[in-house]
Ligand binder design. Sequence first.
Ligand SMILES: *Cc1c(COP(=O)(O)O)cnc(C)c1O
Length: 292
Amino acid sequence: MDNPDPLGSIRGAKPPYKVTKYLSKLLEVEGIKKQFVPSEEELEESDDPPDPLLEEEHLVFPHCVHKYEDRILIYSSNVCFSNCRYCTRRRMIKKRESIISDTEVDKIANYLDSHPEVRDVIISGGDPLVLSNSQLKNIISRLRNQVEILRIGTRAPIVNPKRITHQLVNMLSKFKPLYINIHVNHPDELTDEVKQACDLMSDAGLVLGSQTVLLKGVNDNKETMLKLMQKLLIFRIRPYYLYSCDHVAGTKHFWVDNEIGIEIIKYLQKNTSGLAVPRFVEDTAERKIPLA
Ligand SMILES: *Cc1c(COP(=O)(O)O)cnc(C)c1O
């Protein structure tokens, strides 16, 4: 998975350079390369905090964030198939890999027993799909009957489409309603392999949505965003959120003014179907603020 950086990575870059073999073939695309290949700008001194969303303050256990009334978010692991340079949880990417244990899943299940207001569990990470099918099944089956909705937040279909196997999808399809929220930022990430992976999931009744981060030099223009959103619909992925880039230390070179994001959304509203328009939000220490 860790292959030599074809473009010369920066020494001491944190998180380390990591891309799948599949993704390494797409790095010729500038808007994809920028997301995964370290740049000098990351090493600049910064006063920005490592956790501006204050997730750590909302941890009820080491792997469970309860920040919003009716939903919780689980860090299933601190590992991804590929490391995004603007990662909002880059503070968690450590040499030491940590995967949620059965005991911790039990604790979360008990927590849900005493918190009936929680009706939605988001399994996030790291990427939950780095877990084996049986590890995932353990988590999902333990929590399934305690909430109305389960969600998985992943980049696997984009950076490692082969992970979306028949076995995985068969297993997941037993736990509907299950929403799969796919992190995708650039239209060229949507390849034939990704289409196959998405078709497999949709055909099995999993509901696909997207989340995109507005990133300088990646997708901060109208044409790229229009193409991305229209292509998502062809892949049967409903655009959900466009996030303003979180102001995490070391990611400043990716930030885009919210005004530009608002202009892009207005352009989408004017020029394409409402189905293709995500909600533009800024995540903060308190809440997600709708911007357009
Ligand atoms: C974004 C987020 C959610 C989910 O929010 P929705 O608006 O329901 O998609 C849940 N928990 C945390 C900590 C989040 O950051």
